[in-house]
Design a protein around this ligand. Sequence first.
Ligand code: SF4
Length: 385
Amino acid sequence: MSKTKKFGFYVHLPFCIKKCHYCDFLSFSQWEENLVNLYVGRLVTEILNLNNSHMVLDTIYFGGGTPSSIPPYFIKKIVESIEKHFDIAKDAERTIELNPATGLQSSIAQYKEMGFNRVSVGLQSAENHLLTLLGRAHLYEDFLRTYEMLSEEGFQNLSVDVMYGLPEQSLSDLVRTIKAVTDLENIKHISAYSLILENNTVLAQRVEKGQLVLPTEEDERKAHYLLREELMNKGFAQYEISNYAQPGYESRHNSGYWRLKPYYGVGLGAASFVDDVRYQTETSMHAYLNEGVTPIRKAERHPSTQELMEDYMMLGLRMTEGIHIEKFREKFLIGLDEVFGKKINGLIEKGFLQLKDKRLFLTEKGQDFENYVNLTLMSSKGETE
Ligand code: SF4
């Protein structure tokens, strides 16, 4: 009999109330309830058709889009279908993303009843001038109200998204944002991302026209260092390149991605990783709603063992804990040094990687040049160039 495996479960809800100026995610800002109804119906079909044998879900994550922008009874329908079809660990981490513009007390109370025990709030900045520049649908005051409601409903495990490297964002703006979120006791986790300017976004157009100026790479790095230092001073440890948590509050769901744990992703364009194969669900809404009996899931990539080892390295090195040499051997039945030996040594000599207590991890310099480290490790056959 095969062993029970722990799985992560991701639900993609691509509906927002407004398109942010920097966003190129697969999400819709104009929709009617009828579309959501059809979408959730397909999603439930997709869930009920997944193989559920020999697995237990230990993390569930509702993301998007903005899950909180749709009425909570849709969320409930999805939760019920997951609960009906899968075994779920008693202590499963259950997260829902929430936009401060959409948090209603009654919805938040219902999320609690549905079993969510973690909420990820998209704040981005505590400065209203930056929220306007980003085209966010909320102000800082909305975030504070949302925080109060979440706390009143007993949510004590909150995560907040923060952005840096923004046009017109001074270092003191960033410090004020960090102070604003770390002063709130139920915020236990912070995801901090630098702005990536995506083509065809409002922000990219404004930069092209010279209306906005992006910070230099050096300024962005300064902001990153400052953010890390400020968060550490407030008791948040960096456990991944872009993620910080108080002890014991690291995101179990995202850690699963970085450790190559299997997961299902359902909904438009969602990725899955099952039995070492990467899948992606249909990315066209029309096709997702209309084609076939069940929504289409394509095997996108059957990675070779070499590719899996490279994925394991690249994702694992994102975590400050890094790669455990023994765990690598347990998983792939071969030593890390036999696969990547000379490349690793070269990266250690150049100060990008460090080996300590049988763990291999990025140094601070390595974090700054993560892409270079990844490129060096890719397609490695243990040779140096
Ligand atoms: S809320 Fe998130 S997904 Fe929706 S438009 Fe803004 S950034 Fe994109």
